[in-house]
Design a protein. Structure first.
Length: 218
């Protein structure tokens, strides 16, 4: 457990460092427009399988500085990330006041205590970053209302050899957890969650990037 904590703390340090380097030369208005267009594309892509009903309460967990919350102004939205305060301090591209429809909470996923609170939860490119993966899946499941929908994206290993190697060596410092698609699906199905659809967003050598649309049992 102590080793996992150190891996997570290292990953968090690397995460804010990555964001600072990535955004340092980007024009704020251009970047924010590009990011909103990106999230619109994601919402359009999942729309054949799921759309957010009017009046839904939505969470963006592991939201980062420019998460899908940017495009959720029609809904009551909670955005949660352990690095929100650092984003506000170090990144000119993030300002909470730009998003008056969002309630921001600075905390890791493991400290979320919502119970059957949300109709929809987005967890986009975040589950690989948590301290306790199994506990985080349990928390996401608990936070959904019965019949609620989880939209989650993951980087899943393509080869068992590299999965085992990356678990032993810091080959992917930003992501302290290394699993394949079947293992990620098992985290969901073992919690009585139904995987409605899995979309492959990007194919790469070590990992493929997937979006899973998942429904909690009623």
């Amino acid at each position: 457990m102590a080793f996992n904590k150190i891996k997570w703390q290292t990953a968090q340090w690397a995460e804010i460092r990555w964001w600072k380097n990535y955004l340092k030369d980007k024009d704020t208005d251009s970047y924010l427009k590009w990011k909103k267009d990106y999230w619109k594309g994601v919402l359009d892509e999942i729309s054949p399988y799921f759309t957010i009903a009017p009046g839904s309460k939505v969470a963006d967990i592991g939201c980062g500085p420019t998460g899908v919350f940017m495009n959720l102004s029609d809904f009551t939205t909670v955005a949660i990330d352990p690095l929100l305060d650092q984003y506000a301090t170090h990144l000119k591209q993030f300002n909470k006041s730009w998003y008056p429809w969002v309630v921001f909470e600075t905390k890791p996923m493991e400290e979320i205590t919502y119970d059957s609170a949300f109709d929809v939860i987005f967890c986009m490119n975040a589950i690989n970053h948590v301290k306790d993966l199994a506990e985080s899946y349990t928390i996401l499941t608990k936070a959904l209302k019965p019949g609620g929908v989880l939209i989650i994206s993951i980087d899943a290993h393509n080869y068992s050899f590299y999965k085992q190697l990356f678990r032993k060596l810091p080959g992917d410092i930003l992501h302290p957890h290394q699993y394949d698609l079947a293992e990620y699906e098992a985290f969901l199905t073992s919690r009585k969650m139904q995987v409605v659809q899995t979309l492959c967003k990007k194919r790469e050598y070590f990992f493929n990037h997937y979006i899973q649309i998942v429904q909690k049992s009623k």
